[in-house]
Every structure is written in C-alpha cells, then in structure tokens.
Design a protein around this ligand. Structure first.
Ligand code: DI6
Ligand code: FE
Length: 407
C-alpha cells in the first residue's frame, strides 16, 4: 500500500467547499483509494489496516495540492485532416452553418478520415490524448462521427479503444453515427438513420461502444430521427447523450431526458422546459466553452437557471477539428469562469465529479475511500489557481489507477 502525505487535498467530496482537507493524506491500495483524510487521523487509519496490508512506499508531498484526476467527458479525438482553412473562411464572415450546408464542415473531415489509415488515425488521436494527459486528464470520452459508414465508424471506435489500451488512462467510447449526413445518403436522411440503428448491435457485440450520441440540430438530425437512434440504443441497454440546443432550440434536451440521458451537451439555446426535464431525469449539463469561443457565439448557456434548478454542470474540451480544436481542459476551466460565469469551484467540479457523472462513472471524480486512485499533484496551493492562470500547466505528477505515469 502506498501512503501520500502532507498534501493539501481538494477531494471534491463531502460538505466542505472543494471537499477541502488542509493537511491531508491518502492510502492507495492497488488501483483504489483505501483511505483519504486529515493527517491527524492517519495513525488510527493505519492501526485499522489488516495485519497483512503494510505500507510499502511513502511519498511526502511537502504541502502540494492534490485533486482527483481530470475527466474530459466530451471529445471527438479521432479524425483525419484539419479545418484551418475553414477557420480562415469563418473569420472572413462565412458562418459555420453555411459552410456545413455547402458540403464543407463535418463532411470535409469525413472525407479526410475515410482516407486515413488506422495507424495514422491512431497516431494523430494519441498525440491529442497526450496533450490532454499532460494536464492531468485520467479519463477521456471519445466519440466516433467522422466515419459515417458501418466500416469507418467501427474503425474510428476501434482506434478510440486502442488509445485506452495503449495509453495510461481510461477511455470511454461513444457511437455518434448520427453526427452528419454522409454524401452517399444525400436526400435520404431517414434511410441513413435506419443504417445507423442497424450498426449498433454489431458495434456493441464487438465491444466498441459505451454510449450513443446524436447531433440534434437543423444541420444535423431532427428530434424524430434522434428519437429513433435513442430507441435503438436503449433496446440494447446502451445509455444515451445528446448534442442539444447548440445553434437553435429543438427541445432536444427534453427528448434526451425522456430517455434518461447521461448528459446533454452544448445547450446555448436550452429552454426552461429543457432544464426542468434534465433536472427530473438527473441528466448532466455539459458546457463546452471551447466551441462557444471558437464559433464566436454570443448566446450564453443558461448557467444561472441550471444552477438554480440544481442540474449538475460538467465541462469538456469538445475537441474536434471544426468547432473546438482545443488541447487544454485547464483552458476550458478558465473560460467557463470568465465567459460562462461559473465559480472556480463549480468549474472544477465540472472537470472532475460531474464529468465522471456525465460518463456514468461513479467510481471517480472525487478523492474518497473506494474510489479509483486517479489523482493529480499540482504546483499550486489552492485549486482556484488552476482556473485563475491560463496558458499555464502546473501539473506535476499524475497517478492513474494507482500507477504513477509519465504525465
Ligand atoms: N457539435 C460540435 O461541436 C461538433 N459536432 C457537433 O455536433 C463539431 C463537429 C465539426 O464541426 O467537425
Ligand atoms: Fe461535440
């Protein structure tokens, strides 16, 4: 068993703000936290250990801040090419939607993804994952959605699974076939949705999918089409989540809540009815300040109303080539405070406890006995500093599943 002592702990657990423990310690047993508390209570905790469990390794953290490992609960990490030229067009006045309707946007990334080899997709996605890991990300969600055929979607999900096998972090995969209409289905969106539903059993049988997502939007799929994807997912016992009310309000959040969605994501145009439905279903609101910033959006998500309703709020990078080519979850933390007016504590809960909840992973996102031993040691005294400085990475050490990794 490993002892980490003399730490400032932001456990994100319990009634104290930040779950704060001023002079704390942690006992790590394999991939789990065995005990977390004040150093003053450590002798009793050690005395209570079964005789066969000894402390084999002790680390003095000299007062450094320790937090849960970070969770990035919404990314599209697997894709070919980039959209830097599209960025230039948008800066000259073309809108994201107009570019998508003209066949650019997501479709151009689909072409580049289909043309890329498995290894090329893996290497590019692994480099992006390593950038996120350098800041302490220990759990990462990766969506498909740039293959848009049975074979290419399976390939992208397999690449995402390979990231989780070959890199020291947890990867959760989400099937997002209903991301955009591929060119070969032009004018036949309902037929495409039939195909997406028909792929799901095979993806599940191959162990490629943990959840199912859709893009419910004017340039994506209608609520009726989204509902069909959700029905197919739930018939297989797969949890759902939704890209909802990003560019307009189609009442997608309420639809997702009816299917007990883990999360609704984006939500700039979320209605009061959507908030009430999410509260009733326990659905997490995942806010994506990178997309808000990069699309130069001006409609803010209804943070005060979400807070008032007690809807849990998470944050993520939404890393993707078109609307959020972000490689930093800490930057999202800062932007959620400055742009969306979250408190630093709310924002930090969004990349730990509530990010885990958005993935349906109750065993992480806090530092408490029984939780997975995913933790970060920071060159900081208080976690509010992580939101305060931006463009700065004070991540010093990372333990993922109890094993210290090379950040
Ligand atoms: N919303 C997003 O922010 C990403 N997908 C989605 O449905 C953007 C995808 C892209 O532009 O490539
Ligand atoms: Fe997204």
């Amino acid at each position: 068993m490993r002892l980490l002592r003399h730490a400032r702990l932001a456990t994100m657990h319990g009634p104290e703000p930040w779950g704060w423990v001023d002079r704390g310690a942690l006992l790590v047993d394999g991939d789990r936290l065995h005990w977390v508390g004040a150093e003053a209570d450590l002798p009793a905790a050690i005395a209570a250990l079964p005789a066969v469990r000894r402390i084999t390794d002790e680390i003095d953290l000299h007062g450094a801040l320790v937090t849960p490992g970070l969770v990035d609960c919404h990314t599209h990490l697997v894709y070919g090419g980039d959209r830097a030229a599209e960025f230039e067009l948008r800066l000259q006045g073309a809108s994201y939607e107009a570019i998508a309707r003209a066949g650019g946007g997501i479709r151009s990334t689909v072409a580049a993804t289909r043309a890329a080899s498995d290894d090329a997709l893996f290497e590019a996605a692994a480099a992006r994952a390593r950038a996120l890991m350098a800041e302490g990300v220990t759990t990462l969600e990766i969506k498909s959605g740039y293959g848009l055929s049975e074979a290419h979607e399976a390939r992208c999900l397999a690449v995402a699974r390979r990231i989780g096998r070959e890199l020291p972090l947890t990867v959760r995969t989400t099937s997002l076939g209903a991301h955009a209409l591929p060119p070969e289905f032009e004018g036949r969106a309902d037929d495409y949705i039939d195909a997406v539903c028909a792929w799901l059993p095979g993806q599940q049988a191959a162990g490629l999918v943990d959840a199912v997502d859709a893009f419910c939007e004017g340039i994506g799929f209608s609520p009726v089409q989204t509902e069909r994807v959700f029905a197919a997912a739930r018939a297989l016992g797969l949890p759902v989540k939704l890209h909802a009310e990003q560019l307009s309000n189609l009442e997608g959040a309420a639809l997702a809540a009816r299917h007990r969605a883990l999360s609704c994501d984006h939500l700039e145009h979320l209605s009061a009815a959507g908030i009430a439905a999410m509260r009733g279903a326990g659905t997490v609101a995942v806010l994506l300040p990178g997309a808000y910033y990069f699309l130069r959006d001006s409609t803010l998500p209804p943070v005060a109303a979400l807070r008032e309703a007690g809807v849990p709020i998470a944050l993520a990078t939404d890393h993707n080539p078109g609307s959020s080519p972000a490689h930093s979850l800490l930057l999202m933390l800062s932007m959620a405070c400055t742009l969306f007016r979250l408190t630093p504590e709310e924002a930090f809960a969004g990349i730990t406890r509530n990010g885990a909840r958005a993935l349906g992973l109750p065993d992480r996102g806090t530092l408490a006995a029984g939780q997975r031993a995913d933790l970060v040691v920071w060159d900081a005294e208080h976690p509010r500093e992580l939101a305060y400085r931006f463009g700065h990475n004070p991540c010093r050490r990372v333990h993922a599943g109890g094993v210290e990794r090379d950040r």
